[in-house]
Design a protein around this ligand. Sequence first.
Ligand SMILES: Nc1ncnc2c1ncn2[C@@H]1O[C@H](COP(=O)(O)OP(=O)(O)OP(=O)(O)O)[C@@H](O)[C@H]1O
Ligand SMILES: O=P(O)(O)OC[C@@]1(O)O[C@H](CO)[C@@H](O)[C@@H]1O
Length: 313
Amino acid sequence: MSPVLLTITLNPALDLTGQLAQLQRGAVNVMTQGNLHPAGKGINVARVLKDLGGQVQVSGLLGADNQGEFQQLFAAEGLEDHFQVVPGATRINVKLVEADGEVTELNFPGIEVDEAAIAQLQQHLLALAARADLLVVAGSLPRGLSPERGAELLRALVAVGKPVLFDSSKAALTAGLTAGPFLVKPNEHELAEWAGRPLESRAALMAAAEGLQHKHGIQHVVVSRGADGVLWRAGEQWWRAQPPRMSVVSTVGAGDSMVAGLAWGLAQGWSIEQTLRLASAVSALAVTQVGVGVKDKAVLEAMLARIEVEQLA
Ligand SMILES: Nc1ncnc2c1ncn2[C@@H]1O[C@H](COP(=O)(O)OP(=O)(O)OP(=O)(O)O)[C@@H](O)[C@H]1O
Ligand SMILES: O=P(O)(O)OC[C@@]1(O)O[C@H](CO)[C@@H](O)[C@@H]1O
């Protein structure tokens, strides 16, 4: 039986991705291509998990005014919809991709919730978590949900006893870490922000990740480094993976694809090596497209063979 995977997106987004030669600040910029699709970190993770073969439930908060676009995606992709609908519209996030691969992201604040909605969501999520095998909590928090309240919600989910994978940033990340999730995936900049100092070498990143692990009792700390691959502190071990050089269309969603690969491998009880290879392969493929997903298994197989994975001494 395939494990039941629950992804939670508290602040989803419609991603409006535009491509252009070079962004000119303060000028009229004419896009060469555009794409609008339902997204947000946990939803992106869910799409990849579904393509990998999972039984996937999606939950979190959705604005009533534009929920239809999300529901169409969930139906089309076979994602079990457990979102709680709240008044207002889910935000639109703008991603401007230049010809050299540089991405400028304009992420908006999104829906606003009150404590009654948060308390109702918490009960709903606890019931879903009890029936799931693994949880992914990913992305920022909507207005009205403070980092401290977000951490309280995460703590309640961790207490259910299922592995919780957590991916967030800024104050929501710092507060969420205190809940002691099973795995966190900061990118190198998020880790440096948490550490409060620049982390300019592999040794510095490793020291900070170990500091984070010990401070919060977190078993797995996965530090993603864009084209430079990933460092994974797994218990007392260190692993590293390097993807091949890719031709980049958009890097948006690469981190989410990595989280999906990690979730899939861990839910299947795979080794660190096998899990890391898959997570690196799906994330490397993510940069070759707008949006996420692994529709072509042959392409994934070929990419798996091109990922360098090693355990560090
Ligand atoms: N240019 C690239 N070439 C190959 N692989 C890449 C590239 N960029 C990202 N990846 C893969 O994706 C993983 C996650 O990327 P990154 O560290 O940028 O995550 P992130 O900042 O969380 O991403 P996101 O933009 O989705 O928030 C990397 O560890 C790597 O495996
Ligand atoms: O504001 P958050 O929740 O941190 O990030 C939201 C977001 O940038 O994350 C995804 C890519 O990782 C996008 O689909 C989405 O727009």
